[in-house]
Design a protein around this ligand. Structure first.
Ligand code: GLA
Length: 676
């Protein structure tokens, strides 16, 4: 795995004297009375105008191929073909972009760039012509440094800006991603402005994508330099990376707008390191953040589910809304996020995003997301493609790592839509085999109209018994009313510990008779009681485990990719035979069944990452943080950590990233023990 900062030439923040003077002149001009200056035509904007008025959409090969040989003309042309054949062009995808590794390492005798003949036998112009013939556009990549980022050392454009830009324009390039490696410490604003001017000088409209990873806060100075700017380091195809980038990009909402976008990096949807639920969250959240939508998977191998996600036009319409506002956080806490985006038609796109590893209810209101007061609202579910009415509440039980994405408007026609109902199930969802557990389901009418002929059912895996203990139907639910039903659920004896799917389904009719079926997928966990006495947690089954990189490891450190690829747990030179090896951000839960008293461990950053890695450890007893450390670094020895977990049904071992991103955060729960 490569981390961007390991191969970055440090950028000095040298202030350019000229920039400072210009700033002072501006300030002076503001204070002075209006001068009778001769009327002048305003200077043309420095950045090509009229481009990227909505966030750029397209494809870039990097996340799927990196520098591999399968990045070549036939791949790029194959993607262009699929854009047309699969309706992605119609959905708005336009740019087909080449990333690093398209060139030969050396310029020719005239200082010109040379496309790699093995990858692009007919050159870049031929690929551009192919892509243009399909009504699409071509993008290319280089670095604002002496070489690009790949360790092979391809030529960068620093000092060659005008010549390289001319070459790109002559080839018919429509988009440039301009990276930051090997920048020789030259001021970033100067480097990125020079290329902007060089692109402008070609006379060809070229979208200009600044890729300096947010190191120089481009959101503060680049709105007339580039059409978009990366705000973070590179994304990777895992949950922890996506989440960390999301959290860095969300606060930058005020800086985004038509022609100047925050870029939280390209999509990983379809690359296999996350579940489809997680990819739907990734795509929903990128759209609510008005992020560029650059597909990063090889569409020639993509599944129907990947096409469904990337091709969801209602979600794309959120991203591409012409008002160009990036969504903002309405509320967050306990892993429940509400992010709302103002849309040109006055509606709001609202993402209810569950960061946590268990299903949770997430709720907000029309007023909280900025809608005017109204009798009722139309609420469109952008993944289910159905519209309801709501009196104002926007709420759902959202599966672990999932997102419910809706578009809500004060639409006078709200009454034609059936009322929204909210489904929920309380009572924890933990059960021991052969021992009945009791759950309560709720079907609540959130609308302004009644739900009629309401019925509810709960189904479990084959062999389970699921019996209602109270009414499962109601002739009508008034607005605000709810049908609550008790359920007794038994998993057959011998059911192995693990997660099992249950489905809660509600059926009802709108006042005009429209039938609606609404289903909520849930998970129940079959658990085994914890053993009496003291046990090593590395030897016990867990309820759930999430980890920043690769799987949680038992009794070894975290090796970052495959199961079993770790090393002996080692903190400050001490080797431990027992424990759990994780990578921030991590969360492991164990069933303790109200039968245990204590968790102890010696915790710290594993030695295997040299001087890198900062993390903090937390032990949770149900909803209470029972013990925690401050931020620990690799230089520190193991710290003892003990938590009183008396009475807890579930204990969680959590590792956060020490608030500095998730790079190299190898964290060890050495000697972690549970006493029951
Ligand atoms: C940097 C960029 C990536 C990618 C690679 C190519 O890491 O941030 O997006 O372009 O370089 O080497």
């Amino acid at each position: 795995m490569r981390h961007p900062h390991t191969r970055t030439t440090r950028t000095t923040r040298r202030r350019v004297a000229g920039a400072l003077t210009a700033g002072l002149l501006c300030a002076a001009g503001l204070a002075a009375p209006a001068l009778a200056a001769p009327a002048r035509t305003p200077a043309a904007p420095a950045l090509a105008g009229g481009l990227a008025l909505t966030p750029p959409m397209g494809f870039n090969n990097w996340n799927s191929t990196h520098c591999r040989a399968d990045f070549n003309a036939s791949m790029v042309e194959g993607i262009a073909d699929l854009f047309v054949e699969k309706g992605l062009k119609d959905a708005g995808y336009q740019y087909v972009n080449l990333d690093d590794c398209w060139a030969l390492p050396d310029r020719d005798a005239n200082g010109k760039l040379v496309p790699d003949p093995a990858r692009f036998p007919d050159g870049i112009k031929a690929v551009a012509d192919y892509v243009h013939a399909k009504g699409l556009k071509l993008g290319i990549y280089t670095s604002a440094g002496t070489k690009t980022c790949d360790s092979t050392g391809f030529p960068g454009a620093l000092g060659h800006e005008y010549s390289d830009a001319r070459q790109f324009a002559d080839w018919g390039v429509d988009y440039l991603k301009y990276d930051n490696c090997n920048n020789q410490g030259v001021d970033a604003q100067q480097r990125y402005r020079t290329m902007r001017d060089a692109l402008k000088a070609t006379g060809r409209p070229i979208v200009y994508s600044i890729c300096e990873w947010g190191q120089n806060k481009p959101w503060e100075w680049a709105s007339d330099v580039g059409h978009l700017w990366r705000t973070t380091g590179d994304i990777s195809d895992n949950w922890g990376s996506m989440l960390s980038i999301l959290k860095q990009n969300l606060p930058l909402a005020p800086y985004a707008g038509p022609g100047h976008w925050n870029d939280p990096d390209m999509l990983e949807v379809g690359n296999g390191g996350m579940t489809d639920t997680e990819y739907r969250s990734h795509f929903s959240l990128w759209s609510v953040m008005a992020a560029p939508l650059l597909i990063g998977t090889d569409l020639r191998k993509a599944t129907p589910a990947t096409y469904d996600i990337l091709g969801n036009k209602e979600v794309i319409a959120v991203d591409q809304d012409p008002l160009g506002k990036q969504g903002t956080v309405v509320s967050s806490g306990g892993g429940r996020w509400v992010v709302a985006k103002e849309m040109k038609d006055g509606s709001r796109a609202v993402a209810l995003f569950n960061e946590s590893g268990t299903a949770q209810r997430i709720a907000t209101s029309a007023r909280a997301v900025g809608l005017p007061d109204a009798d009722a609202y139309a609420l469109r579910d952008l993944w289910q493609h159905r519209t309801y009415n709501t009196a104002g509440t926007i709420a759902a039980t959202v599966p672990a790592h999932g997102t419910v994405l809706v578009r809500v408007s004060a639409d006078p026609r709200w009454a034609v839509h059936p009322p929204a109902v909210e489904l929920g199930l309380d009572g924890g969802t933990l059960l021991e085999a052969a021992s009945p557990a009791t759950f309560t389901s709720t079907v609540a009418d959130l609308g302004r109209t009644p739900a009629r002929q309401v019925s509810v059912s709960l189904t479990g895996p084959a062999g389970w018994t699921v019996r209602p203990t109270s009414a499962t139907s109601a002739s009508a639910l008034a607005p605000g009313g709810a049908l609550r039903t008790g359920w007794r659920v038994t998993a057959p004896s011998g059911t192995p510990a693990g997660s099992y799917g249950l489905t809660l389904t509600a059926r009802y009719r709108s006042p005009s008779g429209t039938p609606v079926t609404s289903a909520l997928p849930l998970t129940a966990s079959v658990v085994v009681p914890p053993p009496a006495g003291t046990s090593y947690l590395g030897d016990l089954p867990w309820l759930s485990a999430t980890n920043g990189w690769g799987p949680v490891e038992r009794n070894t450190s975290n090796g970052e990719s495959a199961a079993g690829d770790g090393n002996p747990l080692t903190i400050g030179g001490t080797v431990y035979a027992k424990g759990l090896g994780v990578h921030a951000s991590s969360d492991i839960s164990f069933y303790t069944g109200r039968a245990c008293e204590k968790v102890t461990a010696e915790v710290g950053v594993d030695d295997e990452k040299g001087t890198k890695g900062t993390v903090a450890f937390e032990i949770w007893a149900d909803g209470t943080k029972a013990a925690s450390t401050g931020v620990l670094t690799n230089a520190m020895p193991a710290q003892p950590l003990t938590a009183d977990v008396t009475g807890a049904q579930v204990v969680r071992l959590v590792v956060t990233d020490g608030d500095d991103g998730v790079d190299s955060d190898h964290a060890d729960w050495a000697n972690a023990r549970l006493t029951c």
